[in-house]
Design a protein around this ligand. Structure first.
Ligand code: COA
Length: 258
């Protein structure tokens, strides 16, 4: 079952995790979430320098599977987060950088999945919204949290409470996506970004990502300490030694990928 819902493949040093529940616009059923979790545990993602998440031309994902949202009691909701609902946090905590290549509907939990990645690239067909409040619930896969960090509380309230749809250009203006690619070129642009990220010293990338993610909750002093400790660790790596030697020898550094 997992194999048909999610396809994983290697593209150079990157892994592509493609949602393939096309018939249901990649609505995030618990089976699809489980398949994404399985992909994260698989050898392709584990060995990759960057992970690209994508959907199909009609939908990155139309959000939580509404058919599964009916008649959930508190115990079932707790069980859901213990089972497959934690997959968004697992994506957010991947050590390597992550990119979402988005075309079509990117709604609710699908938008939250994209927010759990480090970068988002949208095609002109991308259409974003958080419809949860309008159906009596709220974004609860880390999206509210991440949105506040990305755009601030006032904008987050606008997006979460009003739930209006907006397109790729507005997402770019809000800083929610890093690039609007040409139609049909979202994955290609995401892979180009993945290649750039994958060519960088992997340990420095992983440590910098972890430090940046910790910053919003860190005090100023704790943040400085994290930077300095991170530096103390990275300065001892072979990549840093090689870069310093290259500088001294006036030649370009030879960064080693994984
Ligand atoms: N959960 C479950 N099934 C969903 C779904 C969701 N979030 N979004 C789409 N689907 C299913 C539809 O039920 C339909 O299945 P069917 O062919 O078996 O009837 C299929 O995907 C195609 O969707 P359809 O509505 O026919 O496509 P459309 O192009 O007319 O409309 C949307 C697309 C995205 C506007 C519409 O499907 C929609 O509003 N979906 C719900 C979005 C949402 O509220 N998500 C947040 C949930 S918290």
């Amino acid at each position: 079952m997992s194999d048909t819902l999610v396809e994983v493949r290697r593209e150079g040093s990157a892994a592509v995790v493609a949602l393939r529940r096309d018939r249901k616009l990649n609505a995030l059923s618990s089976a699809l979430e489980e398949a994404i979790g399985d992909a994260l545990d698989g050898p392709d993602v584990r060995a990759s320098a960057c992970v690209v998440f994508t959907g199909g031309p009609r939908a990155f994902s139309a959000g939580a599977d509404i058919d599964e949202l009916r008649d959930l009691d508190p115990a079932a909701i707790l069980a859901y987060y213990r089972a497959t609902g934690g997959v968004y946090e697992r994506i957010a905590r991947l050590p390597q950088p992550t990119v979402s290549a988005i075309a079509g509907h990117c709604l609710g939990g699908g938008f939250e999945l994209a927010l759990a990645t480090d970068f988002r690239i949208a095609e002109p067909s991308a259409s974003f919204a958080l419809p949860e409040v309008g159906i009596g619930i709220l974004p609860s896969s880390g999206g509210t949290h991440r949105l506040v960090r990305l755009v601030g509380t006032a904008r987050a309230k606008e997006l979460v409470l009003l739930g209006d749809r907006f397109g790729a250009d507005e997402a770019l203006r809000l800083g929610l996506v890093t690039e609007v690619a040409a139609a049909g070129a979202g994955l290609e642009r995401a892979l180009a970004l993945a290649e750039r990220l994958g060519a960088l010293p992997a340990v420095a990338v992983a440590v910098a990502k972890q430090v940046i993610d910790a910053m919003p909750d860190a005090s100023y002093d704790a943040g400085l300490a994290l930077e300095r400790l991170g530096y103390g660790m990275l300065a001892q790596t072979a990549d840093a030694a090689e870069a310093a030697a290259a500088f001294a020898e006036k030649r370009p550094p030879r960064f080693r990928g994984r």
